[in-house]
Structures are given as structure tokens and as C-alpha cells.
Design a protein around this ligand. Structure first.
Ligand code: GLA
Length: 387
């Protein structure tokens, strides 16, 4: 949908014009998976698709939320902004962000009519929820004149996810949505939140996203279990080596202390994290040196580790990656995001893209019964005011 059409939809819904239009993108992570909540490195980029938020102040002190994908308008009083709605309502994502302003002592004395629409495929692991959170945080930061920087807005989005969506996620998705830059990936240290924007200038190669159409369920179940398993590993390691995060260990150091992790599952999870942090550092070096082949090999190794040690892939993601690896002209391919369904990300030579789409699509369908969908990723900017 064009902004023009969204403004018309706003007018139709609320019988007045939208005063402001904001946008925040989804993201694709190139490498560095399940490292963020372990204090490690990630390397995501913002996409050109994301979530729009149109809003106008109202005079009746109500917060009204309308999504173009949902039939109803949800209306709340200004004293109802810090309590999550029951039943996993989509409103909890924006509401959880507004709640963070209130919790920081910011007085919200006026109501807003809001209309939301996004083009990030839902449940694809491309951070549609982070896009919704960050667009809300960005909009209210401006409307309320709070002056938080983009990193703070990412933290607001992450807290909304923790407290209102009950997912103990790391900071990667919200950070990428807030800080993204066109044609750059973000090399982020998730412990210090220091980051570097690294140009992604690929000569004759495209970033291709393959949607398994097997929705990932980033609910409080499997994802939070991984977070807890990493915590167990840290606790057991602490008997021999004081540390806060798994990412503090180099692979060499890990070899010396890994026997302290007596929980077998926690041990595998930790091995993935330590290896993935190293792979991410190596991948960024390779990209800077123009060694795209080395980058691709690290992507493949990342997938294998997420499959065997972290166990967040499954038939659909594994089939998608394995079928991609067979195609000549594929430089690397791996699952991206939380896992358990969703998307893979691949680097594919221009001349191989048609074969890639046809062959991977056909073989994926034969093995899983599902239709894949492919997008050529355009790396876009972070949150902004559109109008
Ligand atoms: C989800 C979470 C992120 C990150 C990834 C895995 O996208 O929201 O914080 O943990 O999974 O890398």
C-alpha cells in the first residue's frame, strides 16, 4: 500500500486527517544468531519493508489502535496504558512501548488515534513485531518530545517484548529497526551496544530471503527455553570461571572449561554461542576484505551449528538451506532470526538467481509440501517520520 492509500484509510477510519506518518523496518540477520542475549555479536541489516504508523491527537483522551489487518478498533483510557491486554492481542506490541514512556515518568495527557499497516510477512522471522514496536517508540518519542536516542528506542521496544509479549528476546531486532542504514549491515556488540555500520557492497551477488511459509512461533516456549538453557550453562561455568555472558569466552577458553557444564543440552547450546560469536567476527572481517566466499562458508557453518547444537531449525529450514547449498552460484545460505520456521538468507550470484528460485522452490515443495516464496532483499534505513 502507498502512503496515500494509508492516509485515505486513516480518514475513513477516524473521519479526519492523519497528522503524522512514521515508518520502521523489519530486518534480516546475515550472521550471529542467538548470540544477542548472550552478550555476543550480531550482523543484521534493516529491510526496505516494515510497519507504518499514522496518528493524530484526539480531544477525548483515548488511545485508539486500529490495524488494517484486524477488524476492530481497540480503545483504551489514559490510565490503562501500563497493563497488557489479555489473550495475546497484537495491541500489546505498541501498548508495551507506550507503557515504557509512562514507566519512565513521562506524563501522557492526550489521546491519539492510530492506524497501523505493515508489509513484513508475519511470522517469517523478519521482525514484524520489532518494526511495530520501534515505529511506536519512535512516534511517541517525537510526539511527547522525550528526546531519547535510537538505542534507547530499541531498548523500549525490547522491554515491550519482554513485559507485554512475554518473549525474553535480545536487542538485535529492535536495534536493527531503529539504527538501520541503507546498504549497510550493523556489526553490533550486544553487551556494550557499540556498533559499526559496515557497507554491504556485493558485486554481482544478491541477498535472497527464502520464506519457508512455515510460521515461526516465537512464543514464550521454545525461544525462552533456549535463553534459560544458556543461563544454566553460565551458572555451571561460574563454578570454574566467573562470567556474565557466554560470549565472553573465546573458543580456546571454552575448550578449557566446557567440562564444567554438566547439563548436556546446556553444553550444546553454549558451544553454538561461542562458535557463532567467532564466526560473526570472522564474517565481518571477510566482508570488509571483499572475501565473500569466506563469508558464505561461515553462513553455512552457522546453519549447521543452529541445526545440530542449538536445535532451532527443523525440516523446513533445513530443507531450504540444504537445497540452496546444492545450487551452483550460491555463496552461502542459513536460517535467519529466531528459527523454528520462518526464513533463510542466502547470498546468490546474479546469474544463478533464476535457477535458485526455480530449483529450490521445486525441491522444497517436493520435500515439505509447502510453497516457498523468495524476495531479493533491499537494505533500507531505520525508523523515520515519513510525513
Ligand atoms: C529473535 C529475537 C532476537 C534474537 C534472534 C536470534 O529474532 O527477537 O533477539 O535472539 O531471535 O538470533
Amino acid at each position: 500500500m502507498e502512503v496515500k492509500e494509508l492516509k485515505a484509510a486513516f480518514k475513513e477510519t477516524y473521519n479526519k486527517n492523519a497528522e503524522a506518518v512514521y515508518f520502521s523496518p523489519g530486518r534480516v540477520n546475515l550472521i550471529g544468531e542467538h548470540t544477542d542475549y548472550n552478550g555476543g555479536f550480531v550482523f543484521p541489516c534493516a529491510l526496505s519493508f516494515g510497519t507504518y504508523l499514522l496518528m493524530s491527537k484526539n480531544s477525548d483522551k483515548k488511545m485508539r489502535f486500529k490495524s488494517l489487518n484486524q477488524p476492530e478498533i481497540v480503545e483504551l483510557e489514559l490510565d490503562q496504558l501500563t497493563t497488557p491486554l489479555e489473550g495475546r492481542s497484537w495491541v500489546n506490541y505498541p501498548l508495551g512501548c507506550i507503557a515504557q514512556f509512562v514507566k519512565r515518568g513521562i506524563k501522557i495527557e492526550e489521546g491519539y488515534d492510530m492506524l497501523i499497516w505493515g508489509n513484513v510477512p508475519n511470522g517469517a522471522g523478519l521482525s514484524s513485531s520489532a518494526a511495530l514496536e520501534v515505529v511506536t517508540a519512535y512516534a511517541f518519542n517525537e510526539q511527547l518530545g522525550t528526546g531519547y536516542d535510537r538505542t534507547e528506542l530499541a531498548k523500549i521496544g525490547q522491554l515491550s517484548e519482554h513485559e507485554f509479549a512475554l518473549v525474553n528476546c535480545g536487542i538485535m531486532d529492535q536495534f536493527a529497526s531503529a539504527q538501520g542504514k541503507k546498504d549497510h549491515a550493523i556489526f553490533l556488540n550486544c553487551d556494550t551496544l557499540q556498533f559499526e555500520l559496515v557497507p554491504v557492497k556485493l558485486q554481482g551477488v544478491k541477498v535472497v530471503i527464502s520464506n519457508t511459509h512455515s510460521p515461526h512461533k516465537l512464543d514464550s516456549g521454545a525461544y525462552n527455553a533456549r535463553v534459560a538453557e544458556c543461563k544454566t550453562a553460565v551458572e555451571q561455568l561460574n563454578k570454574v570461571r566467573p562470567l556474565k555472558y557466554l560470549a565472553e569466552l573465546t573458543e580456546e577458553e571454552f575448550k578449557n572449561v566446557e567440562s564444567a557444564i554438566t547439563d548436556e543440552v546446556a553444553h550444546k547450546r553454549a558451544r553454538h554461542v561461542v562458535g557463532e560469536v567467532q564466526r560473526t567476527t570472522d564474517a565481518v572481517k571477510a566482508l570488509k576484505a571483499g572475501d565473500i566466499e569466506a563469508f558464505g562458508k561461515l553462513m553455512n557453518a552457522s546453519h549447521v551449528s543452529l541445526r545440530d547444537d542449538y536445535e532451532v531449525t527443523g525440516l523446513q529450514l533445513d530443507t531450504m538451506a540444504e537445497e540452496a547449498w546444492k545450487i551452483e552460484g550460491v555463496i552461502g545460505s542459513r536460517m535467519t532470526g529466531g528459527g523454528f520456521g520462518g526464513c533463510t538468507v542466502s547470498l546468490v550470484k546474479d546469474e544463478a538467481i533464476d535457477t535458485f528460485v526455480a530449483e529450490v522452490g521445486k525441491n522444497y515443495k517436493a520435500k515439505t509440501g509447502l510453497d516457498a516464496e523468495f524476495y531479493i532483499a533491499e537494505i533500507g534505513d531505520g525508523a523515520c517520520r515519513v510525513e
